[in-house]
Ligand binder design. Sequence first.
Ligand SMILES: Cc1ncc(COP(=O)(O)O)c(C=O)c1O
Ligand SMILES: N[C@@H](CCCC[NH3+])C(=O)O
Length: 420
Amino acid sequence: MSNYIFAQCDTVELVKKYDTPLYVVSEDYIVDRIAEIKEDFIEKYDNVWAVYASKAFLTKEMARIVNREGIGIDVVSGGELYTAIKADFPMDKIIFHGNSKTYEELEMAIINEVGRIVVDNLDELHQLNELAKKYDKVINILYRITPGVSIDTHKYIQTGQVDSKFGVPLGEDRIYEAIEKAINSSNINLLGFHFHVGSQLHKNNTHLEAIEIGINVMREAKEKFDFETKELNVGGGFGIKYADSENRKPIAFFTEPIMEKIISTCSKFKLNMPKIIIEPGRWIVGEAGITLYNINSVKEIPNIRTYVGIDGGMPDNPRPSLYNAKYEAIIANKVDEKPTELVTIAGKCCETGDILIWDLKVPKIQSGDILAVLSTGAYNYSMASNYNKIPKPAVVMIKDGVDRIIVKRETYDDILRNEV
Ligand SMILES: Cc1ncc(COP(=O)(O)O)c(C=O)c1O
Ligand SMILES: N[C@@H](CCCC[NH3+])C(=O)O
């Protein structure tokens, strides 16, 4: 009987060593994805750049890996910025996002000389300019625009539609008022524009539609204010494989048409080519991760369904309950056995909706078996909570078949550390 091998490691042995639930992340996979971005995007075109959207998965070690591989990082909160600082990430390679940044977060970004701040609204611009004056700095910014496109993904992970909390809306010339204000702000250096249309996209048409809209803003800004756009950041959102019916596309599937479209549209309108930035998160790390669980119980409701209770669920992976996200899984200690039954993988929270997988085909299983849920590298550890006072799992990173702990398992005392 053989066990499931992930990133050259026997997952059952990992469980013996580190216990469950356990996030396991392949460094080799992450390095391969970044290498693909370098080869097919960064080295292929002039004046382009990639930053990793760290909200997908961020630890100090992840920031060190991304830095070593030579791309930038996007952060979206003081906490993510702090993690990057503690990992000695070069501050000029950081882009700071966020639709509702606090005064303290803006101040932190300024003091630490973050490379670019993506400004979401005019209140933020005003605060930033005042803070920049206080610290006698000039801040590089991009405006996040809301392109107003329709997006083929779950409603909760669409971002670029007209009715969105993200970015400066394009209706009623709001963006031109914002551009003029930025140009006239003493301590602001407007570099250009950013949009992010949505996440887990398997088609490239939405990016292309948004590019047309973005370049139109560039064109009008040139006409109205003689403003030359130096940077256009087209966001991330490139999809990965979760279910068997999906496939991760090569990065070039997105970047080639993106670059073609930008080059041809800029040339049509006689605009200089700006620096083009992409921000993949999930695409770099999603398939790099799996989660290992112990099966606690197998409960059959005759003629209805069989619930398989595991030692994790919603707190370590909220995506199924939040977005109805689908996952594939295997029984790690029974990979050679034929799937014969259909079961439902139930999380351990006191919550009916805490179901990780509704229908999973498995061989005959029993308590003590190990479940490996696949493609959990993105938005699992980073979205984990302590609901029901459940400690967060450890994270093990694997390189060349050698495992090392990068985040220790939380203890009950860790959960209570700030309580009086
Ligand atoms: C501004 C921005 N950039 C990049 C990303 C990365 O998204 P993904 O992980 O889907 O590539 C997101 C999240 O959707 C985002 O909001
Ligand atoms: N957290 C989401 C995506 C949000 C991406 C950031 N805007 C997910 O798991 O799919």
